[in-house]
Design a binder for this molecule. Sequence first.
Ligand code: UD2
Length: 377
Amino acid sequence: MQTDHRKTRIKGLFSKYRVLLIFGLCLFILGYFWQASKGSWLKRKISILCDTQRNKIDPFHGLLGIKVSRNKTNVLHGLPEIALPRMVYSKPHIFKPPRTDVLTMTPWLAPIIWDGTFNLEILNEQFRQRNTTIGLTVFAIKKYVVFLQRFLATAETYFMVGHRVKYYIFTDRPEAIPNMNVKEGREIVPLRVQNYPRWQEISMRRMEMLSYYSQQRFIHEVDFLVCVDADMQFSNEVGVEILSEVFGTIHPGFYAAERQAFTYERRSTSEAYIPLDEGDFYYCGCFFGGTVAEVHKLTKKCHEAIMADKSKSLEAIWHEESHLNKYFVYHKPTKILSPEYLWDNGLGSPQFLKKKRFLTVPKNHAAIRNKRNSNLK
Ligand code: UD2
């Protein structure tokens, strides 16, 4: 009887303080989780990058009680300001694109450089303020030294006018480099390299040498590399409008061709193989470039592919040009130079070509490539 009475009292008390009990329980659970987690979020460190002088900064000035780890370098501190001076030029107009006759942008939003699509004055100012130095690489091995005089003379007139330039001349005959005066801020740098018996090997080995020198030397001396053939001449301005992370040039023989007509390597056994349903443009092997780091990556990859083919006794149809084309299928260039930047006068003067900036110099292939003592002219 007494037990029944006690049970009824407990039940009564429980129903009276039920809400309080549940509330207390909730508080206990919340408190438990808060205790468990506060250690981790309060003590969380924010890693920030510190500047090259290793300045220590706490972006929140201790307001949140967050400890800042101070062992990294802040690249955001003390960046140079690139600000244009007052410049007067006609404004860009949304409904008046400067060129409607040619493609000026790829599907991956890389600009294709044509006359009329850029303002060189603005670009010059931007690159000058960054004190950009450009390395122009050219190989003149064996008899190709005969092209150097015209190449360098025209480069002095048209290439990167007003900017700092280093002409890196890879040759097996440094004594044959013409003794020329170059403008202030420009310099001829002879680089002695070995030659090879076959012209195809010389052409392909350029990838190996460029990759090696990029890592060993160019990275310390220049910002961008422009890599071209020797049997060429500049015939109009080629300036900083071409510079970008990594750029290629549309081959003048294939600008209007369909994919299937591109002379890509089609043997699936080669590292340069490109299937018939892939590829954007046919790029020429004689004009590409970019930042030293990107050119290093590109040339290293192409050289490794060339060597892999060699181990299978294969040589791609257009040598290093085939490997360059393969590279650009899977590493899209960030800028593309139109055929203005590589033209052959044998192809005439189509309407869309407002300027011919870089031209092939006609040569007697058999004479220049192989027979050491034949007459070159
Ligand atoms: C095309 C490409 C070239 C390359 C080659 C591969 C054009 C304008 N050029 O040129 O970039 O892809 O095909 O087959 O489309 N060289 C020497 N000494 C030699 C041989 C070559 O220095 O004995 C250098 C020189 O810089 C020359 C370059 O290698 O310009 C390419 O050789 P090429 O010009 O004889 O090859 P070509 O005209 O077939």
